[in-house]
Design a protein. Structure first.
Length: 287
């Protein structure tokens, strides 16, 4: 009888899988969401060795768990593994959210909606009719293109050091709006209302070779990376007169909120969670 009771009392299980994973803020975010919405769940971080992803997902599913977040480097492998994909996951070519349901693995991608919601709702950045520069042509860029284009910007220019990759990405999304590819050199003389850094350059303290004058008056610069201190790209943006300079902490929380909604059918309030994480980052610096 005690075994049955223990099973009934067991909280729904969720996790994030990646490699490395120790830095992940997802367990903290989802614990805050659960407390806020009175949801009974447990959420942990699981490091998965290369080559072990499929087995790890299978074991987590077999244990009766409810869902997963997937981060680097397994998002594409997750896309291939799931039995069903949402339209936005199909477009993104990557899955960051899996829901286990009736012996099916349902894959979604919440990164793009996370970015859009952060811009629109948290920072009141209008996307419709704006000229957007998206730096980078990897998975992070691909994951946000469809949700950005659904907001009807005037145009999106994808700039990448390897222009062929930008061309490939622009061609893939050309049916959704005005999307073009460019080298960084060819950006000279152009201006953009929103510049989004989807490269990992900030993590190495580096900056894509942006020409001067590329930020339109009052323009917004957004780095998908975040940290306790402004990233290299954010520092550059401030020095070059950007109207708003933002990091990706809000995007992280917003994409997590969308995952939470997919799993639980409840939408948590994101702003207090963003503020809590920001305060914790600042305290870490002060300490």
């Amino acid at each position: 009888m005690s075994d049955i009771f223990d099973f009934e009392q067991r909280k729904d299980q969720y996790a994030v899988m990646g490699n490395p994973i120790s830095h992940s803020k997802s367990p903290r975010i989802h614990s805050l969401f659960a407390r806020q919405t009175a949801q009974q769940l447990e959420y942990k971080a699981i490091q998965v060795d290369p080559g072990g992803f499929q087995q790890a997902v299978g074991q987590f599913d077999a244990a009766g768990s409810k869902g997963l977040n997937i981060t680097v480097p397994f998002k594409q492998e997750a896309w291939e593994l799931v039995t069903e994909r949402s339209e936005r996951a199909e477009r993104a070519g990557a899955v960051n959210t899996i829901k286990f349901e009736h012996n099916k693995l349902i894959g979604d991608n919440t990164d793009g909606v996370g970015l859009v919601n952060d811009l629109l709702l948290n920072h009141q950045i209008e996307i419709k009719g704006r000229r957007i520069l998206l730096m980078g042509a990897g998975g992070a860029a691909r994951g946000v293109l469809a949700p950005l284009l659904s907001q009807q910007p005037a145009s999106i220019t994808i700039a990448n050091r390897t222009v062929d990759k930008a061309v490939e990405l622009a061609t893939l999304f050309a049916d959704m709006g005005s999307v073009k590819a460019s080298s960084y050199e060819d950006l000279s003389g152009q201006q953009f209302d929103i510049i989004i850094n989807a490269t990992a350059a900030s993590l190495q303290g580096q900056l894509p070779p942006l020409p001067d004058g590329v930020i339109a008056e009052g323009g917004c610069c957004y780095d998908m990376m975040y940290g306790a201190e402004p990233t290299t790209f954010m520092q550059w943006a401030s020095q070059h007169g950007a109207g708003k300079v933002l990091d990706g902490l809000g995007m992280l929380v917003e994409q997590a909120a969308e995952s939470f909604y997919i799993w639980r059918g409840v939408k948590p309030e994101t702003r207090p969670v963003i503020q809590t994480l920001r305060d914790e980052l600042n305290k870490h610096v002060a300490d």
